[in-house]
Structure formats: C-alpha cells, structure tokens
Write a protein that binds this ligand. Sequence first.
Ligand code: HEC
Ligand code: HEC
Ligand code: HEC
Ligand code: HEC
Length: 146
Amino acid sequence: MRKVLATLGIMVFCTTCLVFGALADDIPDEITMNSTVYKQHKKSLVTWGHTEHAEDFDVACSDCHHRFAGGENVWEEGDAVEKCEACHADPKPPRGKGLSKGQKVGSHYWAMHANCKGCHMEQGGGPVTCNDCHPREKSRWAFTWR
Ligand code: HEC
Ligand code: HEC
Ligand code: HEC
Ligand code: HEC
C-alpha cells in the first residue's frame, strides 16, 4: 500500500512539474497557426510574433486568451492555455446575414479573423488584407500558371 501511495505521490508531483513547466517555459515566441480543424488549408499559413504582440505592441494576454464564467473573461496570466480550436472548432465561416455573435462564435475561421483582424482594424495597426497575413506562395502561383 505504501509503495502504491508513494508511486501515486510521485506521479502527482511529476504531473504538476509538467504543467508548471509548460506554463513557465512554453510561451512561444513565434507561432505558425496551423489548426487541425481544417482538412486542408486554402490559404498559406499565418506566422506571427506572439511575444512581439505581448511585449512590443502591449497587447494583454487576456485580449486573446480567455475562459468565460458568467459572461466575464476570468483567464489570468499563469492559467493553462488551450488551443483556440478546443472551443472554436467549426472550420466553416459563418454563412448568412445578421447572425448574432452566438451563432458565429463556434467557427474557428470567424474567431481567428474577429480576434486578429478585428483588433488591427480597431487600432488602425497590423495587417488587415488577406495577403499580408497569408503571404502569397510564389511557387504555387508559378505552378498554377502552367
Ligand atoms: C494577440 C493575441 C495573443 C496574445 C497577446 C497572447 N497570446 Fe498566447 N497565443 C495566442 C494564440 C492565437 C496562440 C495559439 C493558439 C492555437 O494554436 O490555437 C497562443 C499560444 C499560447 C501558448 C501555447 C499554447 C499551446 O498549446 O501551445 C501559451 C502558453 C500562451 N499563448 C501564453 C500567452 C501568455 C502568457 C501571454 C501574455 C504574456 C500571451 N499568450 C499573449 C494568442 C495570443
Ligand atoms: C475554453 C474555451 C475557449 C477557448 C480555449 C477560446 N475561446 Fe474564444 N470564446 C469562448 C466563448 C465561450 C466565447 C463567447 C463569449 C461570450 O459569450 O461573449 C468566446 C468568444 C471569442 C471571441 C469573440 C469575443 C468578443 O469580443 O465577442 C473571439 C474573437 C474569440 N473567442 C477568439 C478566441 C481565440 C483567438 C482563442 C485562442 C487564442 C480562443 N478564442 C480560445 C471560448 C473559448
Ligand atoms: C488586441 C490587438 C491585437 C490582436 C488581438 C492581434 N494583433 Fe496583430 N498587431 C497588433 C498591433 C498593435 C500591431 C502593430 C501595428 C504596428 O505598429 O504597425 C500588430 C501587428 C501584427 C503583424 C505585423 C507585425 C510586424 O512585425 O510588422 C502581424 C503579422 C500580426 N499583427 C498578426 C496577428 C495575428 C495572426 C493575430 C491573431 C492571432 C493578431 N495579430 C492579433 C494588435 C493586435
Ligand atoms: C490579421 C491576420 C489575418 C488576415 C488579415 C486574414 N486572415 Fe485568414 N486566417 C488568419 C488566421 C490566424 C487563421 C487561422 C489559421 C489556422 O489556424 O490554421 C486564418 C484562417 C483562414 C482560412 C481557413 C484556413 C485555410 O487556409 O483554409 C481562410 C480560408 C482564410 N483565413 C482566408 C482569409 C481571407 C480570404 C482573408 C482576406 C479577406 C483573410 N483570411 C485575412 C489570419 C488572417
């Protein structure tokens, strides 16, 4: 019994290390968005400066990371970070006019553009045109033209 408890103890301890280790060290500097909700990407992948946003552009972590409780974002720095697709899992853009936020929010496509492009438009800074985020792939064009 003691041995089992000791083993369990070590397992709990190690899991804690892993979780906190991930929090302390794994804040990525640069991110290439490559969500698995899309069977195939139509556009080129978006690479952007994560640390740059937080540090140079002064964007709060909680402007992008959230966990809602009672309508409030209760995510705090130090909390675990889930991928956006954990909650915004629909690859399709919302279709139809006059949809409410609740009808759009499940869409990964919508959530990404609302977050990234939404802030850039609001602040008048950062890319808002398709190609500035999804750079054209020269080789692909060359191939298409043959
Ligand atoms: C401009 C928006 C934005 C800001 C500001 C931001 N993040 Fe992120 N962060 C993201 C996105 C988007 C991802 C990638 C999520 C995905 O792949 O679904 C990410 C990924 C992460 C990850 C890795 C998660 C994983 O599963 O690999 C951690 C940890 C993280 N952010 C922590 C932070 C912390 C701490 C701050 C503040 C110092 C911060 N972020 C600021 C948008 C942001
Ligand atoms: C734990 C689940 C969860 C995760 C993970 C998550 N979201 Fe959300 N997100 C929600 C919920 C729930 C709402 C709706 C909140 C509300 O009622 O206004 C929301 C709303 C949004 C909105 C609309 C915000 C607004 O101002 O109305 C955007 C944009 C968004 N999320 C982007 C992201 C991005 C980008 C990521 C990854 C960095 C992410 N979400 C990760 C659950 C999540
Ligand atoms: C809350 C505001 C905010 C959010 C959210 C945000 N950005 Fe930005 N972004 C900025 C600002 C501010 C700049 C800098 C504009 C300037 O000074 O030219 C910027 C600049 C950029 C640049 C150009 C960087 C450079 O070095 O020239 C890229 C690319 C970019 N953002 C991608 C993204 C992506 C992708 C997301 C979503 C995952 C995102 N941004 C979310 C505010 C935001
Ligand atoms: C501010 C940056 C930004 C701008 C501007 C932007 N996107 Fe995106 N887009 C993203 C991000 C981030 C994703 C999520 C990619 C992922 O996680 O795989 C995305 C995803 C997509 C996807 C789904 C994935 C795929 O490749 O099929 C499509 C389609 C797309 N964008 C088209 C567009 C079009 C068309 C425009 C111009 C009208 C545009 N985007 C403008 C950042 C941007």
